[in-house]
Design a protein around this ligand. Sequence first.
Ligand code: UDP
Length: 238
Amino acid sequence: DSNPLKYKRVLLKLSGEALMGPGQFGIDIPTCEKFAHAIKAAQDSGSEICLVIGGGNIFRGVAGAAKGMERAQADSMGMLATIMNALAMQSVLESIGVPTRVQSAIRMESICEPYIRRRAQRHMEKGRVVIFAAGIGNPFFTTDTGAALRAIEMNCDALLKGTQVDGVYTADPKIDANATRYDEVGYQELLAKDLRVMDPSAVSLMRDNNIPIVVFSLKEEGSLLKVLHGKGTSTTIT
Ligand code: UDP
């Protein structure tokens, strides 16, 4: 192949907010369709993809706790939000002919499969997009950590973190005009400088298991495919 894949098996992490599109809340189906087409193109190019989607477009545990809810209870609601997002993406992916399975860390047998590592691996080998819902199934964690854990368990070649910006910057580019983008940055430097592109616990899990994290922009058309081929603008955390 004259155009080989840099990463064959990947986990794509989307925040819940990515699904809002132009809205302020909830799920924008045209936006989900855009992601679904990008995922289909990536799959057609020979990569195996699994997904973790956050829940921040619907509910965040910390926000509930700030308003007086018990944190663990609020986090359960956050995890339920991620299941809603997973079902929406499943529906949209299947509407364009991409076979999918949703596996939830919280058992919910009548609407999706429970998380079973070896079964998820088998789905991926068969060319199904596996969507991991409910994070790791425990309160006080985030879907970033869930994404890191599942990427490791699925033996992924990389964790792809789709964001609103095209990589990791030395400072927030919206605030500091002199901020520059890293092409590559070490896990340790990222943690030491507290460059918060992903939860520190997720970054340290990836560091301990030596799997790169690629931060790239979801706004740019075709960016996912480029990242898979080691092209385009992004930051690789290694
Ligand atoms: N959550 C949790 N345990 C997990 C994953 C998520 O308790 O393993 C809850 C937590 O309340 C979190 C919410 O689910 O705020 C939504 O996930 P997250 O904030 O990671 O979503 P994102 O920021 O990616 O949209």
